[in-house]
Every structure is written in C-alpha cells, then in structure tokens.
Write a protein that binds this ligand. Structure first.
Ligand code: CTP
Length: 404
C-alpha cells in the first residue's frame, strides 16, 4: 500500500483521453491516495467535474477564483506529494514549460515544489511537432517526469503515437515513484490519532465547542499512514481522508474517551491532537431551551482527561503524544503539561499568533520531548508540521523501544 496517505493532485486537461483520468483517479483512491482533482475548463468539455468529485477524496476544482478558498492553488501546491496530469495536452505542456499560470491547474503547477508527472496525449502530428518535443525536452531537463504516450487508436479513427499511456501503467508509475523515495519508518506500527474539537450538548440545538478544525490531526494521520503506519483516526470533523486511515467519527468528549479507551492499549503510538472539552454541562435538556424561560444557568462538570489516562495506563514501548494549545507563556505551560500528563512528546503552539493553529492551513509549533530534546518547527503547511511530529515520534520510538 505504497500510496496510503499520499496526496496526489490530479490535473485533467482538455483532450479526448480525459475520460481515462477517471480510471486513474479511481485506482489511486483504491490504493489509499488522497486525490484532489483539478480540471481545466477545456477538460470539462470532455468530462464532468461531478464524476471526479464522486470518486476522489474531495470535490473536483475547476475555477481559480470561484471556490470558497482565496488561493486554492497555493494550498494544493503546498500539500501535494505529487502533481499528476492525465492527460497533458500540447497546450498544457506549452503553458507549464513557459511558466504561464492562467488557470487553476497551471497556477498550481507553477506554485508547487512537489514533483510533477505529466502523461501527454494528443494526435500524432501534434506529438511529433518540434514545438511539443522541445517543450517535453525542456520539462524533462527541469526534472518533470513524463509518462510517454503509446501507439494505438486515436480520436477520429486515426492511429499512431500519441495515445495516452494505459491508466494501469500510469498508476504503476505513480506507485514506483513513491516506492523509490518515501521513508517507511512507521511500517506496520499501529498509530491512534485524535483530531478536532469536541462538542458538548446543552440541549438538542446548542453545544459548547471550540475552534479546532481538525486539520492538524488529520494531517498527522495521513502522514503516519504514508509512512507505513496502521492508523486509526478518532475525529469530530468530516474531512476527506485517504481510504487507508480507519476513521471513527465522534462528537463529545465522552464518545472520544470511549473510543480511545477501547483502542489505546493496542496502539504503539497515541497522538492526542484533538481539542477535548475540559468541561461539559451536567444536564442536557431533552428539548430546546426556550428564551421565554429566562437566561439558563448551565452547570458544568469536568470531563475525563483522556491523555492523562492513556499515559497513566501506558504499556512498555508505547509512545504518547499530547498537544498544548496556548495563548500565553506557551513553553512554560507546555513543559508543565509534558510533566503533569506523563507523556513522551508535547506539541505546543501559540493559537493567538497569526496564521497559527485553529482553522488555518499553516501552523508553527515547538515539539518538546520528555528527554529534553526540542524541535522548533517554523510556520509551515500543516502536512509539513505533521511530518515533523512524525519524525519526533520515530526518534522517540527508537529510544523508548531501545529502553524496553
Ligand atoms: N486532553 C485530553 N482530555 C481532556 C482535555 C485535554 O486528552 N479532557 C488532551 C488534548 O488532546 C491535548 C492535551 O490534553 O493533547 C492538552 O490539552 P489542553 O486543553 O491544552 O490542556 P489541558 O490539560 O486541558 O489544560 P488547559 O486547558 O487548562 O490548558
């Protein structure tokens, strides 16, 4: 399962072979990849975005400006492990070679440092044209991976070189690409991750909650899976996750506690990234509290500190990771929690800082280890922060496992 947790941005440009990208998309998802499709406007003349949305891990995007995100290309560009374009038309090759960025796909290609794999498909005359061949040569010199077209039937009854490589071959190319470079340092390790903020109901309509989006916890789950771990994610949020991560959906601190209590003893690594409510209403009204009844008094009681409980019951060799979201005295609070909760690692962040923590795509953290080791992770995409957290877990496992 080499593709487990890998984020593949699947670009589809406007050629007849666009329909074959559907098969590529399905196979990548089946293999555990997280697939974000981007169709050019021309591609939508050949195939509907809805088809990709139905099969991929998240809805297909077409427009640079029409979606809810202000700059989807930079977000996708940063979080991609690979940008794969199926099919790559002569126009797409020319745009990418010349640095044009007029659409979402070309802008994402230009904004990304991720490896790029292009699968050209076009008529023989176009494929053999010196302009196209020059662009291919230029792109290859820059490190772009090209899956060459095969020979066979083309649109309009023609036949010759230019036919899109078989979808199975393209997926195999993607697999071998990841097999060659990915660190598999958590191969077969069972990892339990929690994510999102819990919601504690007051009545059937209202709840006490917090600002956690679950993005950091989900990114950690994906990263651990990509590095070979068997990951279970207990989460309060509905976000796309690769099929290789087993998801347990919960809402309240009590539900999260029940899931973690059932799973933690079998996990070799427990990462509590969730923002668990510390208090919950003592009574939950059975029907909606009416305004006419006056301002209600909501009495609160403490919830179980799940992290402290897991750390207390730890078995030899287990690595326990906590998070510490703070608004002041970040390091002193975080090192206090490291000790008080008896965990191996604390990931601390200042959630009051701009672009950090809840709801953002970026984060800036300090990872403190019980043995005094410290890693400062500067502002980065949450997937990169996830990689740093997993690196720290791997380091910790080496010393914890060596000591057992
Ligand atoms: N945590 C938990 N169960 C709770 C509360 C928190 O498992 N009921 C975990 C969180 O998942 C996180 C860590 O404890 O990994 C720290 O959570 P945080 O809210 O920052 O710390 P608290 O111990 O709750 O202290 P405070 O809210 O006073 O800062």
């Amino acid at each position: 399962m080499i593709l487990r947790g890998r984020h593949v941005v699947l670009g589809v440009s406007g050629g007849v072979a666009a329909y074959k990208a559907v098969e590529v998309c399905r196979r990548l998802v089946d293999d555990g990849a997280l697939v974000s499709p981007i169709l050019t406007h021309a591609a939508t003349k050949f195939i509907g975005a809805a088809t990709f949305s139905a099969l991929a891990s998240e809805p297909a995007r077409v427009d640079l400006f029409d979606g809810p995100e202000p700059s989807p290309h930079t977000h996708l560009a940063k979080s991609a492990d690979l940008i794969l374009v199926v099919p790559a038309t002569a126009n797409l090759l020319a745009s990418y070679a010349s640095g044009a960025a007029g659409g979402l796909l070309t802008a994402t290609l230009l904004a990304s440092r991720a490896p790029v794999m292009l699968c050209p498909a076009m008529h023989t005359e176009m494929w053999e044209h010196p302009a196209v061949q020059d662009n291919i040569a230029l792109l290859e010199r820059r490190g772009t991976l090209i899956v060459p077209p095969g020979v066979g039937a083309l649109a309009g009854g023609d036949s010759g070189p230019g036919r899109l490589a078989d979808p199975a071959v393209i997926v195999e190319e993607v697999r071998s690409f990841f097999a060659s470079g990915a660190p598999r340092d958590l191969e077969g390790v069972s990892v339990l991750v929690t994510a999102g903020g819990t919601r504690e109901p007051i009545d059937p309509v209202r709840y006490l909650g917090n600002r956690s989006s679950g993005k950091q916890g989900h990114a950690i789950a994906e990263e651990a899976a990509a590095r070979g771990a068997d990951v279970t994610l207990v989460t309060t949020v509905d976000r796309p996750v690769s099929s290789q991560v087993e998801v347990r959906r919960v809402d309240t601190a009590a539900q999260m506690h029940a899931e973690v209590a059932a799973l933690a003893s079998d996990a070799q690594v427990v990462i509590m990234a969730a923002a668990v409510a510390d208090f919950r209403p003592v009574e939950v009204a059975a029907s909606k509290i009416k305004k006419t009844e006056g301002v209600p008094t909501v009495r609160l009681e403490p919830t179980v500190d799940i992290l402290a409980e897991v750390a207390h019951a730890r078995r030899p060799g287990q690595v326990i990771v906590g998070f510490s979201a703070e608004t002041d005295d970040v390091l002193s609070h975080a090192s206090g929690k490291l000790e008080a909760k008896g965990v191996d690692l604390i990931v601390a962040n200042d959630v009051s800082a701009p672009s950090v923590g809840f709801a953002h795509d970026t984060n800036e953290v300090v990872i403190l280890a019980a043995d005094g080791h410290r890693v400062d992770v500067p502002l980065a995409d949450k997937r990169q922060v996830a990689a740093a957290v997993v690196d720290a877990v791997v380091r910790c496992r080496r010393s914890v496992v060596a000591g057992t």
